[in-house]
Design a protein around this ligand. Structure first.
Ligand code: C5P
Length: 224
């Protein structure tokens, strides 16, 4: 089993991202670069980080009309990201076109519902269902549209995998046992998420804010 730990490199600072990437490269399976990094450094920045030698998870959460998303993904194509995110709420045609536009080696994964949204937010946008119902519906849509998997919490991954046996499940919001919670509220450990069926464990601050990020990554890897 390849190393499932992907470090969330949440910084707009290219030098800091490169430093971190070099520190952790032997004990993690990939690096997640998000909007913050991409807006600051663009494709050239992604290429520099990729040159460190780890697979790149490009977490851009794309959401637009199908043609625009497909063209954006084609424009990213030569970066060959290992994983790319889109919003399931973009609808079936957008999801199908996103998958078709991505390189064959790129796993296209859907964000179902942002965890920053609660039931009141959903109702304010005209969605009557509760958050779990909406997550289930969007996960099924992503599967029907031919995507590779979804992003979900460590609490949801076992149920999600039961519904989608060969799905690819990206799980953020993890905290090693005994570590500080930060702003994550309902904690799951990396080992719990892995046992529940996570394909990728997204871990940010427990590694990036550690005095020794490589040791933190190694310690987490040892629990899996
Ligand atoms: O530092 P931490 O481990 O909390 O970082 C988690 C990463 O996963 C961040 O990049 C964050 O944006 C992302 N994420 C999350 N919770 C979600 C979805 C994504 O923490 N529900």
């Amino acid at each position: 089993m390849p190393n499932r730990i992907h470090v969330a490199v949440d910084t707009p600072d290219l030098a800091r991202a490169l430093h971190l990437a070099r520190q952790v490269r032997t004990h993690v399976g990939g690096l997640k670069l998000g909007l913050e990094f991409f807006c600051a450094n663009g494709a050239a920045g992604v290429r520099e980080v990729a040159a460190v030698g780890l697979p790149i998870f490009l977490d851009l959460k794309l959401h637009d009309i199908p043609n625009t998303v497909a063209k954006a993904i084609q424009a990213l194509g030569d970066l060959q990201p290992a994983i790319l995110t889109v919003h399931a709420a973009g609808g079936r045609a957008m999801l199908e076109d996103a998958k078709a536009a991505a390189p064959a080696s790129t796993r296209v994964v859907a964000v179902t519902l942002l965890t920053s949204l609660d039931g009141d937010d959903l109702r304010a946008t005209g969605i009557a269902d509760d958050a779990p119902g909406q997550v289930r519906r969007l996960a099924a849509l992503a599967q029907e549209a031919g995507l590779d998997g979804i992003v979900c919490s460590g609490h949801e991954v076992a149920a999600a995998r039961a519904e989608w046996r060969d799905g690819f499940f990206v799980v953020p919001g993890l905290r090693p046992a005994g570590g500080p919670a930060g702003d994550q509220k309902r904690m799951v450990t990396p080992a719990q998420a892995a046992a529940a069926g996570a394909s990728v464990l997204v871990i940010g601050r427990p590694i990036t804010a550690a005095d020794d990020p490589d040791r933190a990554a190694r310690e987490i890897a040892a629990t899996l």
